[in-house]
Design a protein around this ligand. Structure first.
Ligand code: XMP
Length: 511
């Protein structure tokens, strides 16, 4: 049993990309969750004595020999189980049902009808909902004792259950935002079926993490790369709490910060109870980036240069740890969960071989952005830092398309400042908003003269998890003011465009 005796739900991982999201939804429902491999021995599960088990999705087919499988005993433990996607197919297959290839595979949000009001999973839910589906196999024949509880046009069994054995399964993904009332469904599983009492809070995370950090770090010093963003600031706060006399925060001003940002960060952290060092490295980064336009190379160069600067600055702390505010979406995007690299984040896969640091400390690695904010508030971090919008580690390098020059960065800084200022004046606040400097110049006309200047892109998105987003419907009147101010006040800009793409298919940042 877990030492602080919180109720626990185990998420058994069968290779799906959403396992952390499932764990996070469970935490959101105030239940502690723990992710374990799908191959975890039954005895270990018995020791943990979870109140429920969730089987994740995965990219496999149960009939492939190399696919992760499980044993019948799992379903005989008397512990409530929810199978999701592949987890549902695995439940059906293991218990003697039949899984077949779909005649029509389902991808995307699909209208799903919940047929069985008596099924506890659907308590209080609408009788049909848009759900996220992503499957090429389906449960063709349910195991004995199971009832179908939902269907779609092409999937006759989109949910099944055996109430006596407390076994439930859904073909769709309740954990993603795109499934309507998905969290409510998981809440039903936890509270109606597993008997959760909601005894988990972020305080439990803080306590566990403090113990873990102290165990990992021992008496060594820790050097944190502080960017002033939410992640590294919250990381600093929890480290300060865990190891107050062992922390040095180094703020590397790489010259790619937003307007006035470096000074603002300095003024906040210089007053905190930690060793704060500001390094002015603008020229050094610009030289390294000279002539580079490939976004992944820019990120790599900046990431490596960061480590070099830290190493130099921290040489007086020989054998120290490097701390980073890596959060879970960074881990996903660096391809560590699925192998598909969307973008590489600083050292998320580990330190470079020739590093002088002895290890990485990443206290926020399992958390999502909004959980990091909640953590920051619990740690009584300044609200200005906690509610700050995310800002990529490589800074404006990400938002300055193509080759990076000081001139382009200054144009971007001024345009971005105006955009943010006008949204603030209009009392508009979205998940994230910023300007981008495209690498494209177009013809314009100013006064009587022809101009040939840059196109600035504006991006404002509504999101809570930063893994998906919709674009914000900024009123035209506000866009009008922003556009005319940018073109009039920022030299070098001839045109302003507004990005109306969601994620997916786009990402939040341009690169
Ligand atoms: P994308 O562009 O992938 O961004 O949709 C998702 C979120 O991540 C932020 N982002 C980063 N954050 N280091 C960070 O700490 C990075 O290198 C980085 N790159 C993107 C981005 O601003 C958005 O909020």
């Amino acid at each position: 049993m877990d030492k602080n005796a919180n109720q626990t739900v185990v998420v058994l991982d069968f290779g799906g990309q959403y396992k952390e999201l499932i764990a996070r939804r469970v935490r959101e429902c105030k239940v502690h969750s723990q992710i374990l491999s799908g191959a975890t021995p039954i005895d270990k599960l018995k020791d943990i004595a979870p109140i429920g088990i969730i089987l994740t999705g995965g990219p496999h087919s149960v009939y492939e020999e190399s696919s992760p499988h499980t044993v019948k005993e799992l379903f005989e433990l008397g512990i409530p189980i929810l199978g999701i996607c592949y987890g549902m197919q695995l439940m059906a297959y293991t218990l003697g049902g039949k899984v077949s290839a779909c005649k029509v595979s389902e991808y995307g949000t699909i209208n799903t009808t919940y047929d069985d009001a008596a099924c506890a999973l659907f308590k209080g839910l609408n009788t049909s909902a848009l759900t996220l589906m992503s499957h090429t196999d389906f449960v063709d024949k349910m195991p004995n004792g199971f009832k179908g509880a939902a269907h779609t046009q092409d999937c006759p069994v989109a949910a099944m259950y055996n109430a006596d054995k407390k076994l439930y399964a859904v073909q769709f993904h309740p954990e993603v935002e795109r499934t309507a009332q998905g969290t409510q469904l998981l809440h039903n599983f936890l509270y109606e079926i597993c008997g959760a009492n909601g005894d988990y809070s972020i305080d439990d995370f803080i306590q566990r993490e403090i113990v873990r950090i102290r165990e990992q770090v021992g008496n060594h010093q820790v050097v944190l790369g502080l960017s002033g963003g939410v992640d590294s600031s919250v990381c600093a706060a929890i480290l300060e709490k865990a190891i107050p006399n062992q922390l040095t925060c180094i703020f590397v001003d790489h010259g790619m910060m937003r307007k006035n940002e470096g000074d603002e960060i300095e003024s906040v952290f210089a007053n905190k109870n930690l060793n704060f060092v500001r390094v002015d490295a603008e020229q050094r980064f610009l030289t390294k980036l000279d002539g580079v336009s490939d976004p992944e190379r820019k990120r790599k160069i900046i990431g490596e240069e960061f480590v070099r600067v830290f190493e130099e600055e921290s040489s007086k702390f020989a054998g120290s740890f490097l701390a980073q505010g890596t959060i879970y979406p960074d881990v996903v995007e660096s391809g560590l969960t699925t192998g598909a690299v969307i973008k590489s984040h600083h050292n998320v896969g580990g330190l470079p071989k020739d590093t002088k640091f002895i290890g990485l400390v990443e206290p926020l690695r399992s958390l999502f952005k909004d959980e990091v904010r909640e953590l920051g508030r619990k740690l009584q971090l300044d609200e200005t830092l906690v509610s700050r919008q995310p800002f990529p580690g490589p800074g404006l390098a990400v938002r300055c398309i193509g080759e990076i020059t000081k001139e382009k960065l200054d144009i971007l800084r001024d345009a971005d400042y105006i955009f943010r200022e006008e949204l603030k004046k209009a009392n508009l606040n979205y998940g994230q908003f910023f300007a981008v400097l495209t690498n494209m110049r177009t013809v314009g006309v100013m006064g009587d003269g022809r101009t040939y200047n840059y196109v600035v892109g504006l991006r404002a998105v509504i999101t809570s998890d930063f893994m998906t987003c919709e674009y914000a419907h900024i009123p035209y009147e506000v866009l009008d003011v922003v556009s005319s101010r940018i073109v009039n006040e920022v030299q070098g800009v001839s045109r302003v465009v507004y990005d109306i793409t969601g994620k997916p298919p786009a990402t939040i940042e341009w690169e």
